[in-house]
Ligand binder design. Sequence first.
Ligand SMILES: Cc1ncc(COP(=O)(O)O)c(C=O)c1O
Length: 387
Amino acid sequence: MRATFLPFSTPTIEDAEINEVVDSLKSGWITTGPKVKRFEEAFKAYVGAPFAIPLTSATAGLHLTLLALGIKEGDEIITTPMTFASTVSMIILCGGTPVLVDIEPGTLNIDVGRIREKITPRTRAIIPVHFAGQSCDMDPLFDLAREFGLTIIEDAAHAVGTEYKGRRIGSLESISIFSFHPNKNITTGEGGMVCTADENLAEEVSLMKFHGISREAWKRVTASGTPNYDILMPGFKYNMMDIQAAIGIHQLPRLDGFIDRRREIAEFYNQELAAVAELALPRYAPYQQRHAWHLYTPLLRIEQLAIGRDRFMEELKKYNIGSGLHYKAIHHHAWYREHMPVPDSELPNASYASERILSLPLFPKMTMDDARDVVAALTAVIAEFRR
Ligand SMILES: Cc1ncc(COP(=O)(O)O)c(C=O)c1O
């Protein structure tokens, strides 16, 4: 058995990031400033977005985007139950009503073919989540958006570097929201980015991210700025700091390499686990894309095992292998069970996955020996608890 614990994810931080953070700390400028601007420009160029707004998190991006779109009580927003809570929480906190559409069993992305039946006169937007870094099928989503006058807000928290039919997520005719949480494909510690081609939306999100103070307000404390300022609207405090951007500036150029490495490990898992009858492996969508492999999420066929998923994860730990849970479906969480109950029969694929899914270790610094240890531990636990 391996001697040290293998977490399910850990960020790849090199000297370049560390030195850049130290440079910020020594510079006297640690909050929003020139490095945030550099990161914004670099990210915008990478994804091909006309406008990008750096923030403290993707959650902040979802919040401000929904507010900027004027989402209010009575508005319905269609999304997936197989996501992190904030996709849905932000809808509720803006007064909207989340409408959950089931997932496809292979990719675990929202089942685009099931959306039309959930559209009502109150529907305002659709939030597809590019689950695990694999793009949702965007063309039919854009067709629906045009037909019904809806906005598409991509929850691209997993999809930094994902491509759909040759186009990068972030450059499509929608709003895309990325996360730079430490587990994500690149990190800024915590952080997020809203990308859009809509100048008015970009302007509004920019204003709301920092107290409603006009856009370049941080310059007011520099030699070229003026200390006076005006509040153009009530706003939040969601601005990314230079300390965060200092990390991102050096992560971004390595992103493609990170994704290549993630793919190598994912394909190793695909190959080594293909014959394990107790696992249903993640599937590739049929359309052309680049999967960013943020997560590797097989489903356990628990009917063939004497233990459930949570116990299975505990057993993996005994082999010093960590795992993650992405996700217990939204409608299985306590608050949603109580306040917005949805029977499993309405979301059969998400309900099935929710009880069986686990995330295997997947991060660029992992060695192939680490990946072999994961396969060995999985097969050992399965052999021990096979029915
Ligand atoms: C699908 C999804 N949406 C939104 C978020 C929120 O991102 P953040 O932690 O940057 O707020 C996450 C983060 O885990 C996520 O996985």
